[in-house]
Design a protein. Structure first.
Length: 293
């Protein structure tokens, strides 16, 4: 009886920075034939030793396989590298970090050249790629048919989450989540600054801070429900009026501790604006509406 192993989809990968190299190694480890190209050829040497075929040009790499994955510095780099290649009948998956508008424009650009297009937003660092238990994943948006065709192959380096046919949605989800991350980092920085000059061990303080942030995280579900219904007063435990009344304590404490309030002040200003508009019985959801005006 002859054993016929499942044939793995060949992949072309353009870009071998830290993330690109991690992606390449994941596909190679899974047995996918891989063609790579990088602007600096030396970066491909180690992958060649691991079984990758190294193309001498981006055009050669694109011609090698139907599935072409792009992981470059920015959207301008994508245009520079792909210009002059034959994209007709190619499945282009762009994992380069960019804006939603850039993704939509790049999708139209690819379509004009006869390609099918998916955009991706990587929610992982290179060390998480190829390590399922690390929890990394990639947002994908664009052609649903294209996503289904390559779902298995794209799922090799990291998990896959499809967020819609609009090519800009992957980038939008990526930046939205990362923006929330930086907001969290800002709050954590302020918290550490408050205790920095005291006889408080930051290592002992860290678990308290982490547990508190985890406990507060579910509040996003109430915000989402309020945004969907338009009623910002349902099940409110801490009304905006009460929270605004407490903000001077935070600012005074910062002053006492010699800590700049610059990370908190903009948010407190938005809270006061919403209160002035009559949102005293709401929670903090109304701040969202102030930001999108």
């Amino acid at each position: 009886m002859t054993h016929n192993p499942v044939e793995k989809t060949p992949v072309t990968l353009l870009g071998l920075g830290g993330m690109g190299t991690a992606l390449a190694r994941a596909w190679l480890a899974a047995g996918h034939p891989l063609t790579v190209w990088n602007r600096t050829p030396a970066r491909a040497a180690a992958l060649a030793a691991e079984g990758a075929h190294v193309a001498h040009s981006a055009a050669e790499a694109v011609a090698a396989n139907t599935l072409v994955v792009v992981c470059l510095l920015d959207d301008a780099s994508v245009g520079e590298v792909l210009t002059g290649t034959d994209l007709a009948d190619r499945d282009v998956v762009n994992l380069t970090t960019g804006t939603p508008a850039q993704a939509r424009a790049r999708a139209a650009w690819a379509l004009d050249r006869g390609a099918r297009y998916l955009d991706g937003g990587i929610m992982a660092v290179p060390g998480m790629i190829g390590v399922p238990e690390a929890g990394g994943y990639v947002f994908y948006s664009g052609s649903p048919e294209l996503f289904e065709r390559h779902r298995t192959t794209l799922g090799v380096p990291a998990g896959t989450t499809y967020v819609g046919e609009d090519a800009g949605f992957a980038a939008l989800h990526d930046v939205a989540l990362l923006s929330a991350m930086y907001g969290m980092f800002a709050g954590a920085a302020h918290a550490f600054a408050l205790v920095r000059r005291e006889d408080i061990d930051p290592v002992a303080f860290a678990p308290l801070l982490a547990d508190w942030l985890v406990a507060m995280a579910p509040a996003v579900h109430q915000t989402a429900d309020h945004l969907r219904t338009g009623d910002y007063t349902t099940d409110v435990a801490s009304p905006l009026a009460m929270q605004v009344a407490g903000t001077p304590t935070f600012l005074s404490t910062a002053a006492e501790q010699g800590v700049s309030p610059e990370l908190l002040s903009p948010y407190f200003a938005l809270m006061r604006r919403r209160l002035a508009e009559g949102g005293g019985d709401e929670d903090l959801t109304g701040v969202v509406d102030l930001l999108v005006r």
